[in-house]
Design a protein around this ligand. Structure first.
Ligand SMILES: Nc1ncnc2c1ncn2[C@@H]1O[C@H](COP(=O)(O)OP(=O)(O)OP(=O)(O)O)[C@@H](O)[C@H]1O
Ligand SMILES: [Mg+2]
Length: 466
């Protein structure tokens, strides 16, 4: 008979073996489970990647579309996407971090002033958002301006540094209300409108090219990223004392919606508004900005607004007398525009003898320059060049070449209080909520070229119209 001790030893060994066996079984079970999980995940991933194209295919019932789709995608130009820093939420700093130095301008949507960052001593521009209709909540124009400026980082677009919250007489101004919102932007010494008002002579041809190239560069960047500015005008174009131009005022800007979605008609300040908008188009695109660039180019060349209409009808009249009249050949979509039917145009508009772009208004511009200007101011939006086309235009390659930025002249800055600001007499940007002109009514443009013909007969060329 085995002793009690011997039994104990055997029992212990047996117990140890069973324990080991159990642990091994457990380990094998776990390993199996892990392998099964891994296989299931791989299968699911494979199924998902298989199912993606079929999900897209299900959108269309037309089988031929499914086959055509990849080729169409391949043929399309490569799309650029804006890359955003995901950033994070953090509280806004208070306006009291800035000391107001002087007011610059009260615009339609904001009060702009020059200010100093108390900590860093750097000079900035503050734009306090106007809360004209507080019952409607925070203005959409300011929301768009902030969100687009945060994303549109470009050498020729004004840099938005931060957003401040106001209250308690901080840097937003003495009447700084508690709920005020202030955009902090880099400060530039001039806007092109105020600057030109004080210049004795217009910019030189080489300077116009430097300015225009930078402006069109900014607009090309916006358009490539599906953003319309919709308020391009000289007062929204800033210039520093190193010849650097920056586009500002994104209160009217918006992303281009997909398809032919309807958009607000009442956009762009009157003098810079494209004819299709004046004629009531509610589907439009990048061409409206290209028209405004044409108006800015004309203004830089002659140091005076190109088309200073008193109202919508007068604006159209000025446009037709500079650019010629639309015809069903040159602009097939013209008569389909809501306000076109009520216009009485001269009979010559349908004939080939109809006067085209009045180049006599720019006696010092080369024919290459005229070709660019007249294409930007083409009545038919489809005939206007894209911003990328403009950048490649021979106008920038022929003499005189664009003046190097570092050679650009400097001017005393009104915004920097080196000179007193005068009140301007130019139309304001359209106000949100205002209605676009309904119908223009019956408008008679039949005598529109009488004056041009007289002037052309007299001098052989004309320096100025209107
Ligand atoms: N960053 C800046 N640096 C210097 N001056 C600026 C700056 N931003 C704006 N300004 C000046 O303030 C004026 C008004 O600014 P802005 O156009 O942004 O305001 P707004 O209320 O939207 O004007 P608008 O009447 O054109 O709608 C500009 O024309 C320019 O003179
Ligand atoms: Mg403005």
């Amino acid at each position: 008979m085995a002793s009690r001790w011997a039994n104990d030893e055997a029992d212990k060994a047996e117990e140890l073996r069973r324990k080991k066996e159990k642990e091994e079984k457990k380990r094998l079970k776990l390993q199996k489970q892990q392998e099964a999980d891994q296989a299931a995940r791989a299968l699911q991933a494979a199924q998902e990647s298989d199912s993606r194209p079929s999900k897209r295919r299900r959108l269309s019932t037309d089988n031929t579309d499914n086959e055509v789709q990849p080729t169409q995608e391949m043929n399309q130009p490569e799309r650029k996407l804006l890359r955003f820093d995901s950033g994070g939420w953090s509280p806004c700093r208070h306006t009291s971090n800035y000391e107001i130095l002087n007011p610059i301008e009260e615009g339609t949507y904001g009060f702009v002033s020059r200010a100093r960052d108390i900590t860093s001593s750097s000079i900035v521009a503050l734009k306090r958002v106007k809360m004209d209709y507080p019952q409607d909540g925070f203005p959409i124009t300011a929301l768009r301006e902030i969100s687009i400026l945060q994303r549109a980082r470009h050498a020729n677009i004004v840099d938005l540094k931060e957003i401040l919250s106001g209250g308690g007489g901080g840097g937003g101004g003495s009447d700084d209300p508690a709920d005020s919102c202030v955009l902090v932007m880099e400060f530039l010494e001039h806007d092109l409108k105020t600057l030109q008002e004080d210049m004795a002579e217009p910019f030189m041809a080489s300077e116009v090219k430097t300015l225009l190239k930078q402006l069109v560069g900014a607009v090309a960047f916006l358009h490539d990223n599906a953003i319309l500015h919709r308020d391009l005008k000289t007062s929204n174009i800033l210039l520093d004392n190193r010849g650097r131009l920056k586009l500002a005022d994104f209160g009217m800007a918006r992303y281009i919606p997909p398809g032919a979605a309807k958009l607000t008609q009442l956009v762009v300040t009157l003098w810079y508004r494209a004819p299709e908008l004046l004629l009531g188009a509610d589907t439009y695109g990048r061409e409206v900005d290209m028209w405004s660039i044409g108006c800015v180019m004309g203004e830089l060349l002659s140091k005076a607004p190109l088309l200073p209409g008193k109202n919508e009808v007068d604006q159209l009249s000025l446009i037709f007398s500079l650019c010629g009249l639309p015809s069903s050949e040159s602009w097939p979509g013209f008569y389909r525009l809501p306000n076109a039917k009520s216009l009485k145009l001269p009979r010559s508009s349908q004939s080939s003898s109809s006067p085209g772009f009045n180049r006599a208004q720019f006696p010092f511009l080369t024919s290459t320059g005229i070709s660019l200007l007249s294409s930007l101011l083409a009545l038919n939006p489809d005939h206007r060049p894209t911003a990328q086309d403009v950048l490649l235009h021979p106008y920038f390659k022929e003499a005189p070449k664009p003046k190097p930025q570092e050679m650009f002249p400097t001017f005393p800055s009104k915004a920097g209080q080196e000179k007193r600001r005068r009140r301007r007499s130019s139309p304001a940007a359209p106000k949100r909520g205002e209605d676009a002109v309904g119908r223009l009514g019956n408008v008679d443009f039949s005598g529109i070229f009488a004056r041009r013909e007289e002037e052309e007969k007299g001098a052989g060329f004309m320096l100025k119209m209107g």
